[in-house]
Design a protein around this ligand. Structure first.
Ligand code: CUK
Ligand code: CUA
Ligand code: CA
Length: 647
């Protein structure tokens, strides 16, 4: 594409395609128009759908050894990614795309024993019968904690959309250490940690996590008001990042979706696509304008302190009123609703902290909202919230998520156009003011196909480095060997360091990552081994091994040290409730052992100097070989212990 073409795209949008989205798709809501217009792949009809054997044209393939990571060499970046339906978090190396780890969070995991061990069940929460309360999760957004505007390498937070849970992952062990369920909400979608305290200048790091609820429900949701949509409500939630207690909630008009936090700690933001508060999906598209909703964090916390709160149902969480009607006076308002066209998706703050980009989704625009002007509105010095919008460039069809480089450029995913568009924020602001020469759109690149999230290396921090953009695409079709009706997703790596974007790699990923962050490797400092002392149950001395009976409750203590368990066998009686405590005494990193008991559905691992426990009732007499599941030694297969259950 030449510079002239780009200019044409910028100033003269393709009217037919715009019209298609703007009228056909949206007017014929009940007909096929909507499904064609809004569902994927309307543009790439010519692409083979599956197994057609047509090789990809090599014209677009620009991969070169510069981006390859040779054997024995390490990647420059970590990419932390949500796992969608899997309920897990994944870790990749970039640029190689090597999958390094899957962290079980909301899901069961046989390798780790997540959902099996007592320790993981205590984090997951259990039903009265001791099984995990939920066994499914739906992770969408991962973000790490901040200090001084960049990652501090301490924690990562991830949402669970299906059961409205927030999980925290420790970055030193890359394991989940806490999960909470948010009260009185459904469809917990966007989440973002704050970056500093809005008031206390000494707190320059994360202490809060903001959470948006996408689905409105009757409050409390106990069988009342089910047919009356006007009674459905959404709440915006703030969680303490240290204690993981819910601090407060804000009752709002409309819904929440994605969430952003400002660099000065003063504002949190969420885009709203259902300001109509529609229950049926055509109702959610009836208005031309929805909103980006801003929360004044300091004022909300003052109101909570002053007791201007209510509670909902059995929840004790203080709820403040952020609805429009109660927040008309800017000088006391807790919330500011900035009108944005139409069913926007995504809100992302620029690394200089000045602007939020809120993409239109059903409008081919990205709205640029100036942070300082929103603050001005709260001071009573801006006539109306919409005046905080300082640019609204037309960038393409189905804009969703925006990443940033370190040169003032934004990169937005275009779901319907299957493109990434690079545009300059300051130029967009000039164009909005009437400067006809401002060159807003700088480049476009095709991706394959239908990108959801896109994100840049370190792009959610003030250390954005403008090196890579990763496009997480929802369809891959002809890009990989077909594996049945469901294909892999594509994560496409794009070098954004030059004027032109350059596609450098296709990585296949298991469905369906939504959001990721790309983190410089020097920020992450992991531990090599655990410490015996951090586990209260640890079997510290091999001599402490044995079977300890207290009526029908039996504790079996043993250790693992390659290639043996400290008990060759242990005897139990049918009906015993047994707790097995296993401590791994191997001290070398990665020298992990497993413990599996056939027919009892027990399987877990113990890492070096780690302790884990399981509790279950032995109801089947017989001999059960407990064996090591993790290849640890030349005599790994011989590493066994006999569980003998007497009738
Ligand atoms: S949402 Cu998935 S593409 Cu859940 Cu972040 Cu936009
Ligand atoms: Cu221990 Cu294999
Ligand atoms: Ca709407």
């Amino acid at each position: 594409m030449t510079q002239d073409d780009i200019k044409t795209l910028d100033t003269q949008p393709d009217l037919n395609r715009r019209k298609f989205l703007g009228t056909t798709a949206l007017v014929s809501l009940s007909g096929v128009g909507l499904s064609v217009g809004l569902s994927a792949c309307n543009k790439k009809e010519s692409a083979p759908t599956a197994g057609a054997g047509a090789p990809t044209t090599s014209a677009e393939a620009t991969g070169s050894s510069k981006y390859e990571v040779p054997p024995g060499k390490l990647d420059e970046y970590y990419s932390f990614s949500s796992g969608g339906h899997s309920g897990e978090v994944r870790i990749y190396g970039l640029p190689s795309g090597r999958e390094l780890k899957r962290i079980p969070v909301f899901n069961m995991d046989a390798l780790v024993g997540w959902g099996v061990t007592n320790e993981s069940k205590a984090i997951l929460g259990t039903k009265p019968n001791g099984t995990p309360k939920y066994t499914t999760g739906d992770t969408h957004h991962v973000h790490q904690t901040y200090a001084d505007g960049t990652y501090d390498g301490k924690y990562m937070f991830v949402n669970d959309k299906i059961h409205s849970r927030l999980a925290r992952v420790r970055m030193d062990t890359m394991e989940c250490d806490k999960i909470i369920e948010l009260p009185n909400i459904q469809g917990f979608h966007g989440t973002f940690p704050d970056k500093r305290d809005p008031v206390d200048p000494n707190i320059n790091h994360t202490t809060r996590v903001f959470c948006g609820s996408e689905f409105s429900i009757p409050l409390p949701n106990d069988g009342r008001d089910m047919e009356d949509g006007s009674k459905y409500k959404s709440l915006f939630t703030c969680v303490d990042s240290n204690t993981m207690d819910v601090r407060w909630q804000v009752l709002i008009d409309g819904n929440c979706d994605l969430v952003a936090s400002s660099y000065d700690g003063k504002l949190a933001a969420t885009n709203q696509y259902n300001t109509e508060m529609g229950i049926h999906y055509e109702d959610t598209m009836s208005a031309e304008m929805d909103a980006c909703l801003f929360f004044n964090v300091a004022r909300i916390e003052e109101a909570v302190k002053a007791g201007k709160v209510s509670t909902i149902g059995s929840s004790k969480v203080p709820v403040v009123d952020g609805r429009r009607a109660s927040n008309q006076d800017p000088k006391t308002a807790l919330t500011c609703y900035v009108p944005i066209p139409k069913n926007p998706h995504g809100v992302n703050i620029s690394p200089d902290g000045k602007y939020y980009a809120c993409a239109g989704k059903l409008s081919p625009t990205a709205s640029v909202i100036e942070h300082a002007l929103v603050l001005k509105w709260f001071d009573g010095e801006l006539a109306k919230p919409r005046d905080a919008v300082v640019a609204e460039p037309e960038i393409g069809l189905g804009p969703l998520h925006t990443g940033y480089d370190n040169k003032g450029n934004a990169y937005t995913t275009l779901f319907l156009d299957s493109q990434i568009v690079k545009w300059n924020v300051e130029a967009a602001i000039k164009a909005f003011k009437g400067d006809k020469n401002a060159k807003v759109v700088l480049d476009r690149i095709d991706v394959h196909y239908q990108p959801g999230h896109g994100f840049t290396s370190m792009g959610e921090t003030k250390e954005a480095d403008g090196h890579f953009f990763l496009s997480d695409n929802k369809f891959s079709k002809d890009r990989f060997l077909p594996v049945g009706p469901l294909h892999a997703e594509t994560a496409q790596l794009i070098d954004i360091s030059g004027d032109k974007m350059k596609l450098v790699a296709d990585h296949s990923v298991y469905s369906e990552p939504h959001d990721s962050i790309i983190v410089r490797r020097d920020i992450i400092k992991t531990r090599q081994v655990y410490n015996l002392d951090e586990f209260p149950l640890a079997v510290k001395d091999p001599k402490d091994s044995g079977v300890f009976r207290n009526g029908k409750k039996v504790t079996v203590k043993l250790i693992s040290q390659a290639p043996a368990f400290s008990l060759r066998e242990f005897k139990l009686k049918k009906g015993d409730e047994v707790t097995i405590i296993l401590t791994n005494h191997d001290k070398v990193e990665d020298l992990t052992h497993g413990f599996a008991i056939p027919k009892y559905d027990i399987q877990f691992i113990v890492n070096p100097l780690e302790t884990k426990s399981v509790t279950f009732t032995v109801d089947k007499p017989g001999v059960y070989w407990c064996y090591c599941t993790n290849f640890c030694h030349a005599l790994h297969l011989e590493m066994r212990s006999r569980m003998i259950v007497e009738a």
